[in-house]
Design a protein around this ligand. Structure first.
Ligand code: G6P
Length: 369
């Protein structure tokens, strides 16, 4: 097992650090920047289904559901296709409106999650075209779907999902960009710009990982918190949800993710000097709005940890701590802002002496209802 961990103390840490390579493996052979082409057989062979779809419904559980939420923003923003994102466990029992004009995308790291598998069966019964985004090759979901794209993240052992999440977002970004192009919804220059920026993501993730030591210090400051709040807007709202989930899963600290502007409709009542608030406040993506949310937290004495773009000044002046990530396109920021939140949860759990790779009550793959 020590050998498998490749010198890292835990699988989770290894998998966090594998993300630059994992993302590169995900787009290898698919993202042809010079040619301006995205090549994905599962999409190419079924392009009419996607182009003519009334809507895309994404079904998933856990972290994969969060990747689906990020995809909703990118599909709607770039490809202008309406998207619904559903918990597979809800979808399967609620008589959803699905027809043969629908595309259903099932996202699953393991490809074995029972609820997601049942959701796929229901979608197929209703005539939908079902596309899988799985990591495990030959898994049940990969076999049950009409077509699909693997994430190629390599084995993920840590129960808390990390590289599966960022590689799922990578695959879904490729699909969204491809459809945006096919449907004529994106200008050539913007399309090219997206391809170039996507290709740069692995090195930017590697740069974000360099904050590890600093993040450890931040983790040490907040490890004894009883409750934490995670806030983000737009593309980074799902990242806030994922950040909170990571903390809950492995440190057993209660955490909630919220859209930053919704804070005033409830969570703001919880804020006092005992409440760390992790705010994703990158330059691209409602920056001024998020800064005013940060001011609201500050005036209530909440502790602010900002995830900011390199060189940020405003948030630095307001926050107790900031963690920088490189700049990229707004639609790709989740791939970077997720990284410090994974590391924060990891370090907090280690400092609290928790079982990072196998947290209590959780399973890597949930094959029963
Ligand atoms: C379990 C795992 C999570 C995972 C979820 C969905 O709860 O602990 O890490 O996100 O299942 O799993 P899947 O394999 O379908 O992505």
């Amino acid at each position: 097992e020590q050998i498998e961990k490749g010198g890292y103390e835990h699988f989770m840490l290894k998998e966090i650090h594998e993300q630059p390579d994992a993302i590169r493996d995900t787009y290898r052979g698919r993202l042809l920047v010079k040619e301006g082409i995205i090549r994905m057989a599962g999409i190419d062979d079924n392009i009419e289904k996607f182009i003519n779809a009334d809507k895309i419904t994404i079904v998933a559980c856990g972290t994969s559901w969060h990747a689906g939420l990020v995809a909703e923003y990118i599909f709607e923003d770039l490809a202008r296709i309406p998207v619904e994102v559903e918990y597979a466990s809800e979808f399967r029992y609620r008589n959803p409106v699905i027809t043969d004009k629908d595309v259903v995308i099932a996202i699953s790291q393991s490809g074995e999650t029972a609820d997601t598998l049942a959701a796929i069966k229901l979608a197929k019964q209703n005539g939908a075209f079902v596309f899988g985004v799985c990591n495990v090759v030959g898994s049940s979901i990969a076999r049950e779907t009409d077509a699909g794209a693997y994430t190629h993240a390599g084995p993920e052992i840590g129960v808390a999902s990390t590289k599966a999440f960022t590689t799922q977002i990578t695959v879904l970004s490729l699909i969204a960009l491809k459809l945006a192009k096919e449907k004529g919804k994106i200008s050539n220059s913007n399309y090219r710009y997206h391809l170039q920026e996507l290709e740069l993501i692995p090195e930017k993730v590697a740069k974000a990982l360099l904050s590890d030591e600093h993040i450890k210090t931040v983790a040490n400051t907040y490890k004894d918190a009883k409750n934490c709040l995670y806030l983000g807007r737009g593309y980074n709202f799902p990242v806030a949800l994922e950040g909170a989930l990571k903390l809950k899963e492995i440190s057993y600290i209660h955490a909630e993710g919220y859209p930053a502007a919704e804070m005033k409709h409830g969570p703001i009542a919880l804020i006092d000097d005992q409440m760390p608030v992790f705010v994703i406040a990158t330059k691209k993506g409602h920056y001024e709005k998020v800064v005013s949310n940060i001011e609201e937290i500050k005036s209530r004495a909440g502790k602010i940890i900002g995830i900011v773009t390199e060189g940020d000044v405003n948030v630095k002046n307001l926050a107790d701590h900031v963690i920088e990530v490189p700049e990229t396109l707004e639609s790709l920021t989740p791939l970077l802002t997720t990284i410090p939140l994974q590391l924060l949860s990891y370090h907090i759990a280690v400092l609290l002496d928790k079982n990072v790779d196998q947290p209590r009550n959780l399973a890597k793959s949930v094959t029963v209802e």
